[in-house]
Ligand binder design. Structure first.
Ligand code: GDP
Length: 473
């Protein structure tokens, strides 16, 4: 255990809040920063589009590009060479799909954008949830090719599920890249057809029209990503006069950050510091609310332990403090790493996050193979954690007014809105039992903290429901 003399706090709380607010509003001269998750059906061209975008913005160097091109040709997969900039794992290259959330940063004239590339394959939705729960915005990529847009959008395709997932995880802003327009001879009719069928679904799923933009592109050719005028796309220029993808990204609104709320930091990863300045244990994740500075003592929930913030790092830079919305690595001292786990939450000692074994939530039921009955088992996704739970339906609700339609329903099926009780499995163990803390979750109501108050339920690889926490029990 690291017991060296911890660093001292340098700013009073009021001063710290003031600085954080100034930085977040862009007044401090810093570019506004936000994160984006890339979603869409497998093979829609997500990795290719992001790879090409990075290259055109100068984030990938020529030598590395030439290397990737050569090795993708060698394996007979030249058409995937751009995607390879993003998909670097061997398994991903062999299968030509993106598995993990790769992270890259786009530096635009007015915005710094952290790109979380989401996997398109069906098995990988859980990875995407962890990415999407950290994202401010989503970029949906759809394949405009005849028949391909439909395959990705109809039942069995991932377009709808991804959209419902990100929306229920709190993402409000959406950019839709209508991709591979080269395969339909840059047809304006095809673009409008896709825009219309998606548009209707988006409205039904709760995306506001004013926060949704559509951009026609061809990722592989680099058309309308950074530059609109391309020799390949004279047909597109005849009818499209709107912004490029980069212009659209550069105008995104950073979402409101809950800076004044208590500090909450769900741990998404744990590692050991390497050098002298950063020895000891480190945790990574996103500050979902509040502010924190070097020298502060924080509680680790679950458990009774506390630690001192020794160092805060982001993009290789050491920071004196961090505020809601930032993805950072935090180095801790005065704690034994045994007390830290993925899914634990760091919080102020004066405003500890509640720890509960069951709660009441309001959810929307998704399309699924079997309806939800009393006592149904499911997997609960909350921040970076997933844990087994049992569900008891309490009431079905009117989707618009929220009024009770029926109490104690026997089953919940697709499209219903419902109030349910969710209990962590194994949580009947008595309070005094040593393992009781493992069966409780650090969560909050949606009213108290929007990010800590959202949940998602999955079963047998399907997302069955998503919603918000109404009360803790
Ligand atoms: P992902 O699964 O969504 O990440 O898709 P990939 O980026 O791996 O791309 C899937 C396939 O679509 C690859 O063969 C790409 O070369 C191809 N592709 C991507 N963008 C375009 C495009 O703009 N036009 C055409 N014709 N093909 C593209």
């Amino acid at each position: 255990m690291d017991t060296e003399e911890p660093p001292k706090i340098s700013l009073a709380r009021e001063k710290l809040l003031e600085e954080a607010k100034r930085a977040i509003s862009g007044q401090g001269g810093d570019k506004l920063s936000l994160s984006i998750v890339i979603i869409g059906h497998v093979d829609a061209g997500k990795s290719t589009l992001v790879g090409r975008l990075m290259y055109d913005l100068g984030s990938i160097d020529q030598r590395k590009r030439a290397q990737t091109e050569r090795s993708s040709e060698k394996m007979g997969k030249a058409s995937f060479s751009w995607a390879w900039e993003m998909d670097s794992g061997v398994e991903e290259r062999n299968r030509g799909i993106t598995i993990d959330m790769a992270q890259s940063v786009l530096s635009l004239p007015n915005r710094t954008i952290v790109v979380l590339d989401a996997p398109g394959h069906k098995d990988f939705v859980p990875n995407m949830i962890s990415g999407a729960s950290q994202a401010d915005t989503a970029l949906l990529v759809v394949d405009a090719t005849n028949g391909e847009f439909e395959a990705g959008f109809d039942k069995g395709g991932q377009t709808r599920e991804h959209l419902l997932l990100v929306r229920s995880l709190g993402v409000q802003q959406l950019i839709v890249a209508v991709n591979k327009l080269d395969t339909v001879a840059w047809s304006e009719d095809r673009y409008n057809e896709i825009k219309e069928s998606l548009g209707n679904f988006l409205v039904q799923s709760g995306f506001q029209q004013s926060k949704t933009s559509f951009v026609p592109v061809a990722g592989f050719l680099g058309v309308n990503l950074v530059d609109r005028l391309q020799p390949e796309a004279t047909e597109l220029e005849k009818w499209y006069t709107g912004p490029t993808l980069v212009e659209t990204l550069d105008k995104l609104d950073p979402p409101g950050r809950a800076i004044e709320a208590p500090f909450r930091f769900p741990i998404t990863n744990l590692f050991k510091g390497q050098n002298a300045a950063s020895s000891g244990v480190a945790v990574s994740g996103k500050l979902v609310s509040g502010v924190v500075q070097v020298g502060e003592r924080v509680r680790v929930v679950p458990g009774d332990e506390s630690a001192v913030i020794k160092l805060i790092m982001a993009d290789g830079e050491s920071l004196p403090w961090a505020a809601a919305g930032s993805n950072v690595d935090i180095y801790l001292s005065n704690i034994d790493p045994i007390h830290l786990t993925i899914g634990s939450v760091l919080c102020p000692t004066s405003a500890v996050v509640p720890l509960v074994a069951s709660f009441i939530a309001q959810v929307i039921i998704f399309d699924q193979s079997y309806p939800i009955t009393v006592g149904a088992s499911a997997e609960l996704f909350h921040q970076s954690q997933n844990i087994p739970v049992t569900i008891v339906p309490l009431e079905t609700l009117d989707r618009i007014t929220g009024a009770t339609i029926k109490s104690n329903p026997r089953v919940l099926s697709k499209g219903m809105s419902a109030k349910i009780r969710v209990a962590v499995r194994g949580s009947t163990i008595s309070e005094s039992s040593a393992s009781a803390s493992h069966a409780r979750l650090p969560i909050e109501t949606f009213k108290d903290n929007k990010d800590m108050g959202r949940i998602l339920l999955r079963r047998n690889g399907e997302t069955i429901a998503a919603g918000i926490i109404l009360s803790l029990e």
